[in-house]
Design a protein around this ligand. Structure first.
Ligand code: FES
Ligand code: FES
Length: 153
């Protein structure tokens, strides 16, 4: 089994796994970072979204071999204290319902706001479009991204 070195949330990890293993499995099953969720496994729901080199990335679609030596951030590493502006906004608006999709929503929103800190509502809807919420918390998500953008800009 090959060995891969991964930099996740600022810490180095070494894993022995098949090169084709999806990064999502490695995060959850080998490194115990279970905040990143499995939804569909085929890139369709966004539940598994993390940041790879700062970009929102579906960890079910990227192989561990593609992620080696790249800067990876999961929901556990977005902030030290849960007080990233997006996390603050999520709490203020009380977005989560069942919560299952929310780590992916927050990781998508935070990467988006890094690129576009002052978005229109239409831009927010477009950016968040691929993240499915089975509890249909879409209006709250849009409002929270707006609130987060006001905190950032
Ligand atoms: Fe990765 Fe659904 S689990 S997009
Ligand atoms: Fe339940 Fe989004 S809060 S799936």
């Amino acid at each position: 089994m090959p060995t891969f070195s991964l930099k996740i949330n600022g810490k180095q990890h070494t894993v022995d796994v098949d090169a084709d293993t999806p990064l999502l499995w490695v995060l959850r099953d080998h490194i115990n970072l279970v905040g990143t969720k499995f939804g569909c496994g085929i890139g369709q729901c966004g539940a598994c979204t993390i940041h790879v080199a700062g970009s929102a990335t579906r960890s079910c679609l990227i192989k561990v071999s593609q992620a080696a030596y790249m800067d990876i951030t999961t929901i556990e590493g977005l902030s030290e204290d849960g007080e990233h502006p997006v996390q603050q906004a999520w709490k203020e608006i009380d977005v989560p319902q069942c919560g299952y999709c929310q780590a992916g929503q927050i990781m998508t929103a935070s990467a988006f706001l890094n690129e576009n800190p002052n978005p229109s509502n239409e831009e927010i809807r477009s950016a968040m479009d691929g993240n499915i919420c089975r509890c249909a918390s879409y209006n709250s998500i849009e409002e929270a991204v707006k609130v987060a953008s006001e905190k950032i800009s």
